[in-house]
Design a protein around this ligand. Structure first.
Ligand code: DGL
Length: 270
């Protein structure tokens, strides 16, 4: 049994979709969430920059909170930084690409799958490799969706502008005759209604959140790191951006568990 918190990070609000699934699946676990809002979006950045941010945040979560495990709740960071994080840190690190790919492959009846994500995630080829490894017969259509993350960060999850941009970006997906669409960015579940209206009701939308939470639970059990069942999880939210804004929008997106947010200034850490 281990009562230390789990560390979890994303470029901003997207990883809250994973927090939601964790709060529901493993309520005894305490979480420390870090949203790197001062440096989002990660999607257009080059891989070496995203790798360096990811290491910096993991290091901070371990040295400041002694987190027992780290969840990379960002597809862009998972697709380029997961291997080096696992190599460097002496505690379990869980990413979102594997869980998302498994859920999508399991859900598809026709074997025609779509994946949408940031430019960084799609151009890394991480989903292509992962899905091919699971089932080489799957026909995959990928589309990068630059700009969608910014709408979520601005709290615009249902505006006319986001609908116009999403329908333009999803055009290749709509024409690919897929039956399952993997939301390969943790921000996108907040746009699920807009995306569903564009691709049609018959397409199943998959978020990596639930499967990631299952993987976290299995890893905790396997490593003997679960919190005692009698514990009730405590939640700490940190942002490198404006903490008031993080609290306000985060509360709207996640729910009552996000009551407060503290600011982390990188200048104090580096
Ligand atoms: N939530 C991040 C992801 O899953 C968004 C990356 C970004 O900031 O562009 O990729």
């Amino acid at each position: 049994m281990d009562s230390r918190p789990i560390g979890i990070f994303d470029s901003g609000f997207g990883g809250l979709t994973i927090v939601r699934a964790l709060v529901d699946l493993v309520p005894s676990e305490s979480l420390v969430y870090f949203g790197d809002s001062a440096r989002y979006p990660y999607g257009p950045r080059n891989a070496s920059e995203v790798i360096s941010f990811s290491h910096q945040i993991a290091e901070y979560l371990i040295s400041t909170f002694d987190v027992k495990m780290i969840i990379v709740a960002c597809n862009t960071a998972s697709s380029v930084a997961l291997d080096s994080l696992i190599e460097r840190f002496d505690r379990p690190i869980v990413g979102v690409i594997g869980p998302g790919a498994r859920s999508a492959v399991a859900a598809s009846q026709s074997g025609r799958l779509g994946v949408i994500g940031t430019v960084g995630t799609i151009s890394s080829g991480a989903y292509l490799r992962e899905i091919e490894g699971l089932d080489p017969t799957v026909e995959l259509t990928c589309a990068a969706c630059p700009g969608l993350v910014e709408f979520v960060e601005a709290g615009e999850t249902d505006s006319e502008q986001v609908k116009v941009l999403a329908s333009r970006l999803l055009y290749p997906i709509k024409n690919a005759k897929i039956d399952t669409l993997l939301l390969g960015c943790t921000h996108y579940p907040f746009l699920a209604r807009v995306i569903q209206d564009i691709v049609g009701r018959e397409v199943v939308l998959i978020s990596s959140a639930e499967e990631t939470a299952f993987e976290v639970k299995a890893t905790l059990v396997k490593s003997g790191l679960s919190a005692p069942d009698s514990a009730s999880g405590k939640y700490t939210f940190l942002s490198s951006g404006d903490p008031e804004r993080f609290k306000e929008l985060g509360h709207r997106l996640l729910g009552p568990e996000l009551e407060d947010a503290q600011q982390v200034s990188w200048k104090g850490i580096l």
